[in-house]
Write a protein that binds this ligand. Sequence first.
Ligand SMILES: Cc1cc2nc3c(=O)[nH]c(=O)nc-3n(C[C@H](O)[C@H](O)[C@H](O)COP(=O)(O)O)c2cc1C
Length: 375
Amino acid sequence: MVAFKSVAAPEVATLPVIRQTALSRLAPEVADFLEGGAGDESTLLANRSAFSHWGFRQRVMSGLAGPDLSATFLGIDLAMPVMTAPFGADGLFHPEGQKAVARANRMAGITSIVPEAGTFGLEEVVQAAPEATRIAQLHPMGPEKNFLTMLARIEDAGCAAICLTVDCPTGGWRERVLRNSFDLDARYVGGNYPDSGETTLIQVFGQLFERSATVWSWDRLASLMSHTRLPWFAKGIMTADDALASEAAGAHAVYVSNHGGRQLDGVPAALDALVEVRRAIDGRLPIVFDSGVRRGADVVKALALGADVAVIGRLAAYGLAAGGQAGVERVHSLLYDEIRTVLTLLGRGGVRDLTPEVLIPQAGSVLHGVFGADA
Ligand SMILES: Cc1cc2nc3c(=O)[nH]c(=O)nc-3n(C[C@H](O)[C@H](O)[C@H](O)COP(=O)(O)O)c2cc1C
């Protein structure tokens, strides 16, 4: 079991305050890039409000002592059922980017999913926290040669698994980015491709997007993944059909996500998709979940609805922007304490025995409070 190390003497008392601190420190166009979603941002909003559609069915006098938050995912021990999402352009939020996230995760006993489009190359992130566990994220697109080279690099770097982002055949229609004419510099997203020779990774990805949309399929992915011995899973599953297709292609887990509302606006809240996917997968594979997690209570609800691990994207980036490694550590510490508090008050002994029975549907509820639907 991996022990969680709590950070003492909090400078920042709550997760919403960390978000506010982060946003106040970033240039407005960078804050927009981080916060924004696609189109009308209806999916971004739905991701948050979906959590308010569930309340807790509280039991008291359970006789249970301090809850057990430890979890495992694909053989990785986690001090709590949380991992950090592969968010690229990480150097925009702090000069140490995913290196700081990896160190903070190591301290907290959880795992990073290291992005392909990160500011630092995979090997640099590994070097920053050699003892940390890690999963590498890769976009299945573009030339096969590049994909296979990356598979080999991921194995050499000692990664525990591979996360393949499948909801990105092209970039999302992100109007905050368009409105600000915000162009991502290659410096922030090209750490894995220092010799690409392109002026921006947007151009690199632009070319890959053009070529990839029609060419990549589950069959092709299944055949390419036979080149690695590492377990893998597809990120961006929003339907039972795709969950089953990925299972048939040989995936070792399912990652329910709508990319934090940044890709296809109009898809439902990821939490609603989780219910559909859990029903289809029926315990055969572990389920990873992201999109909208801002609180310990959100983690508990996602687990109750069938996730084995909840992943934090923007929340980890807030910590990074607010205070680098220490900021991310603070996020983890607060999240841990929130989860523990919720489980204790719920009368549950741990995260492994959460079932839908701990929840009550809350018809027509709206989200209030500091992490409202705009977060
Ligand atoms: C700034 C930013 C960059 C991201 N970059 C990537 C990426 O390179 N690859 C990827 O698969 N997902 C990327 N994502 C999506 C996250 O992995 C994750 O799915 C999303 O943030 C989850 O939603 P949440 O932010 O509401 O937690 C990015 C998200 C953000 C906010």
